[in-house]
Design a protein around this ligand. Structure first.
Ligand SMILES: Cc1cc2nc3c(=O)[nH]c(=O)nc-3n(C[C@H](O)[C@H](O)[C@H](O)COP(=O)(O)O)c2cc1C
Length: 223
């Protein structure tokens, strides 16, 4: 299994989120997965301009790292999202990436991939953010297997508590095992199916304006 992680923190590989993410990836590597981290510090994936070109043509017009990043993700089996808690939400860096995936979401292009989410914070409130990130994975077509989170109360001198390390490691291992088994939890399956109907209806309704997405649904998904 090949896993791409999107680490969306200006602290990059030196931050708290990177420390927690690495425990997750160690768990995946222990199951023989290959892993890669893409760091989003804020200047490589710009905000969505809402021009609708991705819906019309399947590509973004902005000249930054998004399209090559998407290609890397498309070639992988797993996607792990990692963000610090910024004011009760994902970082602006991760939100910019999510917004740029609007076309991918319409087509649920990450179908077949498995994912997980990682959040660190100064003082708490991480679970709702992990849930949001996993919902993003679900509506992109992927199957989230869970999340891990921790605050600075769980960290001492740059090292997370053993419990947090264990949770993170087992999340990585669970991700690989779920991918290998192909299991899809009933709740994820339900949300995906409902969202798929919604996107199919939306793209059908906008077929004149969004020829790329209409062709995608018709040809790639046979619908
Ligand atoms: C702009 C900004 C907003 C933040 N907002 C919150 C917050 O709402 N709640 C919280 O507990 N921590 C908050 N923090 C703290 C970070 O979530 C925390 O330090 C995190 O572990 C940083 O991860 P990193 O080192 O990977 O960047 C904030 C930090 C920054 C810079």
């Amino acid at each position: 299994m090949r896993i791409i992680s999107v680490l969306a923190s200006p602290h990059g590989l030196k931050g708290n989120t990177a420390v927690l993410l690495r425990h997750v990836l160690d768990g995946a590597k222990a199951e023989d997965a290959q892993t890669e981290i893409i760091v989003l510090k804020g200047d490589t994936v710009l905000s969505c301009r809402a021009c609708d070109t991705c819906h019309k043509k399947g590509r973004c017009v902005q000249k930054d790292d998004f399209e090559s990043m998407k290609e890397t993700i498309m070639a992988a089996d797993g996607l792990v999202l990692a963000s610090p808690n910024y004011i009760f939400n994902v970082s602006a860096q991760l939100k910019a990436f999510m917004d740029r995936c609007c076309g991918a979401i319409h087509c649920m292009e990450f179908w077949g991939k498995y994912g997980a989410s990682v959040v660190t914070s100064g003082g708490g409130d991480e679970k709702a953010i992990v849930d949001y990130m996993n919902h993003f994975l679900t509506i992109s077509g992927a199957v989230p297997v869970g999340g891990v989170w921790a605050s600075m109360a769980d960290m001492s001198e740059g090292v997370f508590s053993e419990n947090v390390q264990k949770d993170a490691h087992s999340l990585g291992s669970r991700l690989v095992k779920a991918f290998r088994s192909g299991e899809v939890p009933v709740d994820v399956d339900l949300v995906r199916k409902k969202f798929r109907e919604r996107m199919r209806g939306l793209v059908d309704y906008r077929k004149e304006e969004w020829p790329y997405e209409y062709a995608y649904w018709k040809e790639k998904l046979g619908e």
